[in-house]
Design a protein around this ligand. Structure first.
Ligand code: SF4
Length: 528
């Protein structure tokens, strides 16, 4: 339980590292917005900030927005850092900068929890989730904030029940600078897909918060100025179906009460398509997007990676079912699987055409520590430690062929004409099925109208006038304008621009093919 006071109070500087450019962080969309600079508020660090004793001053810096300064380090008595594997270099860099001020630095989060040996320079390693290790870290810093003589590793044995989690300290973050708001209801997933580290890190029996906590968090996000989209970063929103069904009526009631100010999004397994009772309530709660790890349309590959649950309904049928409830599917795709064949790229492109999913995060397979895939490849002597490669997996097919196929898929799938055709389909057959919500005072406020005008101006000027895919854009945009579908025009243009620019870089070899940060859930960290 959070301590109200622990004397003496210590000044804690929480620093979230910069992201490496990736598919799922949408940075190419930011220049089209009214000042967005970062993807989502990091749940884990803001949770820790809220959990610290109430009398301890906390400063939070997201280095995607601004770098921690000399003044910040001089103010602090200790520094907390958190992040994912892909932020490893940046986290070690923050540690180096903090040590220049002789500050003790603690690291928590998914990366250090899976691979403590990645972080030899840190003074404190916080391994695992929020719990007894967190309390011990706080007690140690209260006793003595100076750097210990040797590294101290603290591992959570007893996790804090999620029902005791405080509301993350959203007020410390510059919420208006984020592309999306974030929130977390549950942690863990009952499945065991071979490549995934979630069950190993967070367990197979999903833990949950109380619905009232989520409502309090939504209220706080709203108070902090979030009026757009909020992403549930849960590993699998239906990991515990009963919990999802318990929460949804509260969300529906909250949306009705507040005038549907938030569009909701989440991650869930594709077998959600078999649950009309959940989909109907999600529609009523104004969920508009679901990220599904489809991974591959090849049934043999799904079987081999232990993702048979994706085949509980035919994949295309499942996608269309979800679309019929007004929710767009975003899909994760993996290439470089052992089951891949020379024709896998073509099969994938056919799937993209047929599914009409606009946003598919296509990655090369990467073996993460603490996964069954890692263990198997280690046994087979197929883990490759070579930073110049796009993956640490020794593929069955020749490496160059796999990377070439990935680049080709990126180039073709994100040709502007093809992408906007998929968005046009979504407007007609998905977005049109959404709940017709009243326009709330917040939505028609001057501030919100001004935001929309700024974004439209940027989109028309930077894409419609100065861009190099004007034809495809205007074909899509004029139809939306004629129909008054302004919100859909803005949302599709922002995301579409990022995808087109990112995919061009990728197909020219300027982006890493196994940037595992793209799964949206990972952009935010669950409780450390
Ligand atoms: S990939 Fe998704 S469904 Fe599979 S174990 Fe991970 S979180 Fe669960």
């Amino acid at each position: 339980m959070r301590a109200e006071r622990i004397e003496p109070a210590r000044r804690i500087l929480c620093v979230f590292p910069r992201y490496t450019s990736s598919f799922g962080t949408f940075e190419h969309a930011y220049p089209l917005t009214d000042g967005v600079q970062a993807f989502m508020p990091p749940q884990g660090l803001l949770l820790i900030a809220a959990y610290l004793p109430a009398n301890w001053p906390v400063r939070f810096i997201d280095e995607n927005i601004r770098a921690a300064t000399k003044e910040d380090f001089e103010w602090a008595e200790a520094v907390f850092v958190s992040g994912m594997h892909i932020q490893r270099q940046q986290m070690n860099d923050i540690c180096r900068r903090a040590h220049a001020f002789d500050l003790a630095v603690a690291i928590g989060g998914p990366s250090v929890s899976a691979c403590p040996d990645y972080y030899p320079s840190f003074d404190y390693l916080h391994v695992g989730e929020l719990g007894d290790a967190t309390n011990e870290l706080i007690e140690r810093l209260a006793r003595d904030p100076s750097r210990p003589d040797a590294q101290v590793a603290l591992t959570t044995k007893e996790r804090l029940p999620m029902t005791d989690f405080p509301v993350p300290a959203y007020e410390l973050a510059e919420i208006s600078r984020y592309f999306l708001g974030s929130i977390q209801y549950s942690s863990g997933c009952p499945y065991q897909c071979e490549f995934c580290d979630i069950p190993g890190l967070y367990g197979r029996n999903p833990r949950i918060k109380a619905p009232q906590q989520i409502i309090a968090e939504l209220d706080k996000l709203r108070e902090c100025g979030v009026t757009g989209s909020v992403y549930f970063v849960d590993d699998n929103f239906i990991g515990n179906r009963k919990a999802a069904l318990d929460l949804l009526p509260h969300l529906i009631e909250w949306q009705k009460r507040t005038g549907y100010v938030m569009r909701l999004a989440c991650e869930a397994t594709l077998n959600i398509a078999k649950r009309p009772e959940i989909l109907e309530k999600m529609r009523e709660a104004f969920f508009i997007t679901i990220f599904c790890g489809i991974e591959t349309p090849d049934p043999d590959a799904l079987k081999a990676m232990q993702k048979d649950h994706n085949m509980m309904v035919p994949i295309l049928e499942g996608i269309h079912t979800i679309n019929s409830y007004g929710m767009e599917v975003v899909s994760g795709i993996i290439m470089g699987l052992d089951t891949d064949k020379p024709e896998t790229g073509d099969a994938l492109l056919t799937f993209v055409e047929q599914s009409r999913i606009p946003l598919l995060t296509i990655n090369l397979l990467q073996a993460l520590p603490k996964t069954p895939l890692w263990d198997r490849l280690e046994r087979e002597n197929r883990l490759v430690d070579d930073d110049s490669r796009d993956s640490n997996v020794d593929f069955i097919l020749p490496y160059d062929d796999v990377v070439d196929a990935w680049r080709r898929c990126m180039a073709i799938a994100y040709e502007p004409e093809k992408l906007f055709a998929r968005y046009a389909y979504q407007c007609e057959y998905t977005y049109a099925n959404r709940l017709k919500v009243p326009v709330s005072p917040e939505m028609k406020s001057w501030a919100n109208i001004k935001r929309a005008v700024i974004m439209l101006r940027n989109i028309f000027w930077k894409v419609g006038v100065r861009g190099d895919y004007k034809r495809a854009f205007w074909k899509f945009a004029l139809r939306r304008l004629r129909r008054g579908e302004i919100e859909w025009l803005i949302a599709s243009s922002l995301v579409g621009h990022h995808l087109i620019v990112f995919a061009r870089d990728a197909s020219r070899g300027r982006q890493n093919a196994s940037n595992y940060s793209i799964r949206l859930r990972e952009a935010s960290v669950p409780a450390e």
